[in-house]
Unconditional design. Sequence first.
Lengths: 111, 114
Amino acid sequence: DQQVKQNSPSLSVQEGRISILNCDYTNSMFDYFLWYKKYPAEGPTFLISISSIKDKNEDGRFTVFLNKSAKHLSLHIVPSQPGDSAVYFCAASANNNDMRFGAGTRLTVKP
Amino acid sequence: DAGITQSPRHKVTETGTPVTLRCHQTENHRYMYWYRQDPGHGLRLIHYSYGVKDTDKGEVSDGYSVSRSKTEDFLLTLESATSSQTSVYFCAITRTSADYNEQFFGPGTRLTVL
């Protein structure tokens, strides 16, 4: 029962271009959504989040968009940099103690 | 850096042996979590704690137990390890900001059960 899905296991983009990572969810009770970035042999690091009362949250090069009617969120990285190459996890929760994660998307930014 | 350490960082053990993983935090956070990360599954919650001696089950708790006798330490025990428990285990804490509660993760423990 995977309530959060990242259907693209990998994504490759050119440096300077936009990276768009997508995430779909099935549980309409989710009200808080997050993106984490993970480098090899390290723990996931928090990147950006959005509450269900908003449809957009921006932090520097990173923007998260939420479409509640479609149960879809996306992470935009503009411009992409080689240091952004990592695995990105989408997560969602209906309360603070039951966070569900997607399987992750491996982003490769080519110089 | 949320002041989270995990020990050991790597462990190889045999099927049927008990294993205990330790998570230590230095910032006095109330909530602590144990996750496992497996290919194709992302991170899945095993158990969490909301205070000393207060714990609850997560999504994949079978075969695992936890204990929290001090605020700073959260232990995950595999009573009798199985090969299906080969995974990378992450501890996390919740840090409350003005608007959101965000989880921050430790560096992970890679466990191999032969």
